[in-house]
Design a protein around this ligand. Sequence first.
Ligand code: GLA
Length: 405
Amino acid sequence: MNVVFTFIIFEDLFKKKRLRPAENYNNILEDFYNFKAEVKVASPGRINLIGEHTDYNHGFVMPSAIDKKIHFKFRKNAHDNLCRIYSETFETYAEFNLNQISKSKNSWENYLLGVLDEIQKCEKKLSGFDCIINSELPIGAGISSSAALECGFASGLNSLFNLNLSQMEIVKLSQKAENNFVGNNCGIMDQFASVMSKRNHFIKLDCNSLEAEFIPAEIQNCKLLLLNTNVSHNLAESEYNTRRQECENAVAIIQQKYSAVSSLRQVTFEMLEEFKEEIGPKSLKRCHYVLDENERVLKTEKALQEGNLKALGELMYASHRGLQYQYEVSCPELDFLVDFAEDKDFIYGSRMMGGGFGGCTINLIESDKIENYFEEVKKAYQEKFNITLTPITVVPDEGTRITKF
Ligand code: GLA
């Protein structure tokens, strides 16, 4: 955004009084108008080829960062404790005092406050700073704009204040920020992918050991097409935490006899059979799904290495059906899109992606068919749900990029 345009937006915001009360608007206006960044960060969203709801069960996932990002500009200001943050995308301004970090009523602020809190818990010294945020990532689309926000913010502060946090520390503290401040008990996949990815590779991440293998994303004449349902059912957060609990309950039962078991990763199908009465039918379905999905990730790695897109696509469809019927985190809009894709021979695989209850499907589709297919599926989706479908083509890209001036 050029300087004049930025100035106009600020002026407009002050007139409309959309900015929260601050001591002196004119000073802020002038200051942000002259923003000279000391650090810039490009923080990507992520896709996940396969391995859904396995991360918090210490299983396998196969995500990658994408070429769609949140961009940050940072600079120190003259204050000891004042943080001033402006989101160009949402035309929103927030101020925080580093000595009084607590949860906010405005949910987007909690991603940032959580990061500040975790950094300060590491006994790292921050002082006043300004930050401008600009996002290309749609919210609620399942491409993890939240991890991009947390990790980008943490990485920028790390660079601005020379905090010496490692990439892994940034991943972990960003996950904790989301767990503790946002209240979403998420696993580590999104933050890991956003920070650690390599261009044109998927990460096969073992969420038990946190060992990562980079698998070349050789998808031949295909592309990865995300179809955004543009729905985000409000069950998402509570059901996410419930699924996690259902899995942990089963582990607790099995642990009583097998004390070495600490997560579903150490659980076998035989153990599930042995304890099926105690675990109960619902949790049992969830556990079966997780064990199957872990196997699918390993088979996907092999299929990718062999260049077998047909096998890879079948694993994607199987993953979706597991999420639909066993883990029960899909929704009619996502199922419709996967059903619509399934009989097209130029689409190798399709599945819901991320936490579920809305967001995107990820489709492995022949590149030259994308345009016509999108028109066809968009029309059918509109007729069925009266909602406009949005396409997002993505390529696996590098993780967080930091530029210091
Ligand atoms: C969300 C969470 C991740 C992961 C996925 C489901 O994106 O943030 O940790 O659990 O859902 O695979």
